[in-house]
Design a protein around this ligand. Structure first.
Ligand code: 6GU
Length: 227
C-alpha cells in the first residue's frame, strides 16, 4: 500500500477533501494510506509555539524549524521516503509527468508550509522536490498538497473503476485535450447535444471526437502560448 504523509499547521483544512469521493474510496480500498500530521503536536515548548518573527525584519510570521525537524526526523526514522515534496512558488511547475512519477512510488511526504512561511533550513535539509502548481500565489501549501495527492492517487491501479479510466484523460498521453461530453436531456433550454452523438453511428462518433479533440488541443496551445 502506498503511504502519503502531510505535515501542516492547519491540518483541519485537509480532512474533508481527503475523505471525500475517490480519495476516500482509495483509502477504504487500502490502496493508499494518507496520514496528516499537526505541526503543533511537535512543538515541545510549553506554549506550543510554531511561529516566530523573521530575522532581518519584514511583515508576517514564519513557521519555526524545530517542530518540522522533530516531525520529519521521526517519519524518516520509520520508513524510507521516495520523495519529500516541498510546495513553493519557486519550485518546478507541476505536471502530469511528475504525477505519473510520484504515483509509481511507495512513500511520499509533503511539507505544507506557508509562502514566506517556513524557516528555509527545513527546505534545505529535507526537500527532495520543490514544486509549484502554477504562476499565482496561494496562502499555503495545503491546496498544493491536495492537488498533488489527488492527481497521484487517481493514477494508482485499482483506484478508478473502468468507467472512470485514466487512460484517455485530457493531458494523459502527451498534451491532448479531450472532446466535450454530454448526457440527457438531448435538448435543454436552447442548448442541443451535437447530433452525431445521438446518431448511434460509432465510426462517425469516433471521428467527431478526434476532430473536436484536435480543435480543443490547438485552441489550448494557443491560449497558453505554446508552439
Ligand atoms: Cl507551491 N505555494 C504557494 N504558496 N502558492 C503557490 C504554489 C505554492 N504554487 C502556486 N502557487
Amino acid at each position: 500500500m502506498m503511504r502519503i504523509d502531510i505535515i501542516s499547521a492547519v491540518p483541519d483544512s485537509l480532512v474533508s477533501p481527503l475523505n471525500t469521493s475517490i480519495l476516500k474510496r482509495a483509502q477504504e480500498r487500502k490502496i493508499v494510506e494518507i496520514v496528516v500530521h499537526n505541526l503543533r503536536d511537535y512543538a515541545y515548548d510549553k506554549h506550543k509555539q510554531i511561529d516566530d518573527k523573521p530575522f532581518g525584519g519584514g511583515p508576517g510570521m514564519l513557521l519555526k524549524p524545530e517542530p518540522f525537524f522533530e516531525c520529519i526526523e521521526k517519519l524518516i526514522s520509520e520508513r524510507k521516503y521516495d520523495h519529500i515534496i516541498f510546495p513553493t512558488p519557486g519550485g518546478k511547475i507541476y505536471d502530469q509527468k511528475l504525477a505519473n512519477n510520484f504515483s509509481m512510488t511507495e512513500n511520499l511526504m509533503i511539507i505544507a508550509g506557508h509562502y514566506k512561511g517556513v524557516d528555509d533550513r527545513v527546505r534545505e535539509r529535507f526537500a527532495t522536490d520543490e514544486i509549484s502548481i502554477g504562476r499565482y500565489v496561494l496562502t499555503g501549501g495545503e491546496i498544493v498538497a491536495l492537488a498533488i495527492i489527488d492527481s497521484v492517487v487517481r493514477l494508482i491501479p485499482g483506484v478508478l473503476n473502468d468507467s472512470e479510466s485514466a487512460l484517455n484523460d485530457s493531458l494523459m498521453d502527451g498534451d491532448i485535450i479531450e472532446a466535450p461530453y454530454y448526457t440527457r436531456p438531448a435538448e435543454y433550454k436552447d442548448l442541443k447535444v451535437p447530433e452525431v452523438l445521438l446518431s448511434g453511428h460509432e465510426k462517425k462518433v469516433k471521428e467527431w471526437k478526434e476532430e473536436q479533440s484536435k480543435i480543443l488541443t490547438e485552441h489550448w496551445k494557443k491560449i497558453n502560448s505554446m508552439e
